[in-house]
Write a protein that binds this ligand. Structure first.
Ligand SMILES: [Zn+2]
Length: 323
């Protein structure tokens, strides 16, 4: 314990400043008293104090700067960033002004500033950007597709008129091949996705596709016939099963169709109809030949004519009255 010369209080040594000229290496006045004295001195001559402070600042500029740099190095990066952010937010105008000054002083350095920052962004930020882009694309896919479709429809005539599009045939074939190749590759990589996409496309454009198919069928009846024949030949069991199923489901329509077909056959006296008549009656011919059909048709025609003239014997030969 030591007694302060100023306030005469008995105090522990911690509250005294160190002093090398004394016996106990401690100042004779306590810290509190020193503080009061310093304040008094300042009030007596503030100008002198300020001068002294300025001089001291300039005298120790390099040392102080080095020291504060060292101190700053020790602060963790996150805290520094947070502090800087806080400062920028609180001093927005000032910061902007400073930035403007710097930009004007060194325009070369600030050229393409945003671009450079974007190119040099962190790996983490790159990942985040990528994820954002993917999310955005997924979210706006339908809208974007619709817009592209509209745009393409509008400029299609222009594109077609452009001389660039008068592509030679070989090039057209090459391009088509390439497109097919790409599609095949896509399909091999993600078959489920492609199935889904094509199903979506078909359901979205159902009417359009059906209309196109109908038009094609109308323009290519021979091909349709050939395809149908081939399909039936290759899928006999399935086609029979399909027919049976259809008849079961549409009994009424099936009967109605049959009636109509029979009526038409009767009226027109088609070959099949006559053949059936010949087989139904106890006709002597096992194999029905062309001549037999012709003969039977002539007989039937004659009978019908007679019936129309009122000969009752042939009344059941009239097409409408036959059961
Ligand atoms: Zn004291």
């Amino acid at each position: 314990m030591k007694i302060c010369k100023k306030c005469n209080l008995k105090l522990p040594p911690e509250v005294f400043h160190k002093h090398s000229d004394t016996l106990d290496d401690l100042a004779s006045n306590c810290k509190a008293c020193n503080k009061v004295r310093a304040k008094e001195l300042y009030k007596e001559n503030p100008e002198r104090h300020r001068r002294y402070a300025t001089e001291s600042y300039h005298r120790n500029l390099e040392v102080n700067r080095a020291k504060s740099r060292e101190r700053a190095k020790a602060i963790p990066k996150e805290i520094k960033n947070a502090q800087a952010r806080k400062y920028r937010l609180q001093n927005k105008e000032h910061v902007n002004e400073q930035l403007k000054k710097r930009r004007l002083a060194d325009p070369e350095r600030f050229k393409n500033y945003k671009r450079k920052a974007y190119v040099n962004r962190s790996e983490q930020q790159k990942e985040a950007d990528k994820a954002y882009r993917t999310r955005y694309r997924e979210k706006n896919r339908a809208r974007k597709n619709e817009l592209s479709r509209l745009y393409y429809r509008r400029i299609k005539p222009l594109i077609l008129r452009h001389p660039k599009n008068e592509v030679p045939l070989e090039e057209q074939i090459r391009r088509k091949k390439r497109r097919l190749e790409c599609a095949r590759k896509r399909y091999a990589e993600t078959p489920e996705k492609q199935h889904l996409r094509s199903a979506e496309y078909r359901s979205r454009n159902r009417e359009k596709l059906l209309a196109a198919l109908r038009k094609w069928a109308k323009d290519n009846p021979d091909k349709v016939k050939a395809y149908t024949k081939k399909w039936y030949a290759e899928n006999r069991d399935r086609s029979i099963a399909n027919s049976i199923h259809w008849v079961k489901e549409n009994r009424e329509r099936f009967n109605e169709n049959n009636r109509k077909r029979l009526a038409v056959a009767r009226t027109e006296m088609s070959d099949i109809y006559i053949k059936k008549l010949l087989k139904d009656t106890k006709s002597p011919c096992r194999i029905v030949k062309k001549e037999h059909i012709e003969l039977k048709r002539s007989i039937l025609t004659l009978k019908r004519e007679l019936s129309a003239k009122g000969v009752k014997r042939f009344a059941n030969c009239r097409p409408q009255s036959m059961s």
